[in-house]
Design a protein around this ligand. Structure first.
Ligand code: 2OP
Length: 222
């Protein structure tokens, strides 16, 4: 399917599912796991009419898991000791934040050559497509595991800081757009949007990612 066909088809599906969720569970926290992810968050938020802390999307945990895995393979470290954060839209312009990435507390830039880091960033950005090519279908295990982390954080009021697709209203210099950013998750959903200090390059990439998300959002019928 073309991206625009996917937007139009999934807008209808996400809209009707959201209506049913709201009718059955008016106090729910809605976690969107449908592509194109950022645009579908806009659909769910508009249709639900819920406040923004109770409508957001799962993408950043999945993208970050891929980035952490590549770093663990590259450095021979346990993935458990790789700290990383992938921000931005869930597309090819997503932003693995190298400045916030470390292995056992040591900055990634001290451990791995720039060219290898760039290759891992690129592979992370294209990770969804790589899996589709291998499986012939979308990933399912990692998205499920990522969504389960979000559900735990809400159900157990864990106050975890995880990358999720949240409605930005000025944070990171971006307004009225769903994008992946670190958020604190507790019983009410998103309790805080965490603002990292990004490098100039990362901030520029985030803007490029925002432009790409806005283009897809512009295809929505409503
Ligand atoms: C993924 O990144 C397809 O968005 C899905 O695996």
């Amino acid at each position: 399917m073309s991206r625009d066909d996917l937007v139009t088809t999934n807008e209808k599906i996400v809209g009707s599912v959201t209506q049913e969720v709201v009718a059955a569970s008016p106090d729910a926290v809605i976690v969107v796991v449908s592509n194109p992810l950022d645009a579908m968050c806009h659909v769910a938020h508009r249709v639900a009419g819920f406040p923004k802390p109770r409508v957001f999307g799962m993408a950043g945990i999945l993208d970050t898991a891929r980035f952490r895995t590549f770093i663990a393979w590259e450095t021979g470290a346990s993935v458990k000791d790789v700290t990383a954060m992938v921000l931005g839209g869930h597309g090819d312009q997503m932003v693995p934040v190298v400045s916030a990435t470390s292995v056992g507390g040591v900055p990634l830039t001290k451990l791995v050559a720039q060219a290898r880091i760039e290759a891992m960033v690129e592979r992370t950005r294209k990770g969804g497509g790589e899996i589709v090519n291998l499986l012939g279908t979308s990933a399912w295990y990692a998205p499920g595991a990522a969504a389960a982390q979000i559900v735990d954080a809400i159900a157990l009021d864990e106050k975890r800081v995880l990358p999720c697709t949240a409605l930005l209203e000025g944070e990171y210099g971006i307004d009225d757009l769903y994008m992946g950013v670190p958020v604190k998750l507790g019983a009410g959903g998103i309790e805080e949007i965490v603002e990292l200090d990004l490098s100039d390059q990362e901030q520029a990439w985030l803007q490029e990612s925002a432009d790409a998300v806005r283009e897809v959002v512009g295809v929505l019928a409503a």
